[in-house]
Design a protein around this ligand. Sequence first.
Ligand code: NAP
Length: 295
Amino acid sequence: MEREGERPSARRVAYLFGDPVAHSLSPLIHNAAFRAAGIDAEYRAKRVRAEELEAAVASLREPYALGTNVTIPYKQAIVSYLDTLTPEAEAIGAVNTVVREEGGRLRGDNTDAAGFLHGLDAAKLRGAPTLIFGAGGAARAVVYALLTELRPETLTLAARRPAQAEALAADFADLDERGVLRVVPLAEAAAAVRQGQLVVNATPLGMHGNTDTTPWPDASDFHRGQTVYDLIYAPAETRLLREARAEGAETIGGLAMLIGQAAASFVQWTGTPMPTDAVEAALSSRFSSGADHGN
Ligand code: NAP
């Protein structure tokens, strides 16, 4: 972790830059991981105002910094202050992780695609016709992961604003070599929901504070043989997952993705794999204590 010629006296620090950041689970995840891995480092959530972003990024060039996670509203704005981007960040068009490299150079990455794949059984779902609800930032990472790894037979985006989904599809046209991406208005997605072997919720419908909502109220469209994956992790089982499970579908909640994206940041900062057992234990004691766990 310590680079040749750079002997930082201060404890190493990784950050979360965003606004707001107070309810993030990332400090709990990364500090549990640093402790369990025996790494003398600390993770700090830092609320950054728009006018402070440039200086906050510049501070990451100091030797004590490992890097930062980036959350709303800076995942795109931060790109102009970085030196390089990984192919994932470039294709997704957003950065959620910055890594300080030797000499203070800053590399932007997006680990949400890796996090998404961490949650599912790739061997089982390779090629599976897939439907995604939503066309925002998380949907972009999911589309990247699907086009580059699972290679679905069809990939349908169901969005309330089809123009947003069309723009996403256009941005991924180069990666969509087989022309599998298509767009349907959310209200007209019934056939694609029934045909989807993998159905992904990348909208906030059903999350903490709105737990009675779902992107797809017609639960009879779900069935055995499907996997329904909700990116939301609070609550652990959303209305969508509860109803799909009742119809015989397999379900996946967003916690595995949350841990997977964190693990993909951690290993880049430290060179050490994240001790995910310790992270899961820390998260389950937080969840069972009933503490606030909003994003
Ligand atoms: P985002 O960029 O704001 O995109 C949200 C998408 O959902 C947009 O397409 C939005 O459409 C749509 N949407 C919002 N409200 C809707 C409604 N009432 N009806 C229909 N569509 C609606 O957000 P994001 O960053 O992609 O995050 C999406 C979800 O994924 C959040 O719940 C987030 O917590 C979760 N997430 C989880 C992880 C994880 O690690 N588990 C990682 C990233 C994100 P409009 O543009 O028309 O509003």
